[in-house]
Design a protein around this ligand. Structure first.
Ligand SMILES: [Zn+2]
Length: 152
């Protein structure tokens, strides 16, 4: 089996089975950009038996919070998250789309109460369809278009 051609890491997180082309969105979700302080490896358009093509992301010395994994599910529902400790896979987690997305998306409706600057409420979206992904604001019931662009 020709899998992972990237070198192993000692400690950190490997996000595998990202749909090809979505790795940069996952990077953005994880806040990885100019100021990054850990070693990050991105492999894009890697052959995958299961998916045809996939992206892989490795972040050294960082484990992901549950909320970060929920966010990844919004753009990469097929992803698997492997927690690496001392070169071994300590935990293997498949991302799952929650039925409700709490505090991880911003409503596209400027008049929505969840966007009110004075009485901020935590945003809440209801996932009404997972494939294709369709989410609706709990407060104004507006469907969120371009989900990836509205991740907080
Ligand atoms: Zn709303």
């Amino acid at each position: 089996m020709r899998e992972l051609r990237v070198t192993p890491i000692k400690n950190g997180t490997v996000v595998d089975h990202i749909p090809a082309g979505m790795a940069l969105k996952v990077l953005k979700i994880l806040g990885i950009g100019d100021g990054v302080t850990s070693t990050v490896t991105v492999a894009m358009h890697v052959p995958s038996r299961a998916m045809g093509w996939k992206d892989i992301l490795k972040v050294e010395d960082r484990e992901l919070a549950a909320r970060e994994i929920d966010k990844i599910a919004l753009v990469a529902p097929t992803a698997t998250v492997n927690v690496i400790r001392n070169y071994n896979v300590a935990e293997k987690r498949r991302v799952t789309l929650p039925d409700r997305a709490l505090g991880i998306l911003r409503c596209g409706n400027p008049n929505c109460i969840s966007n009110a600057p004075r009485e901020p409420v935590e945003s809440e979206f209801i996932v009404r369809s997972k494939s294709p992904l369709r989410v609706f604001c709990r407060y104004c019931d507006r469907e969120l278009e371009d989900i990836a662009a509205h991740i907080v």
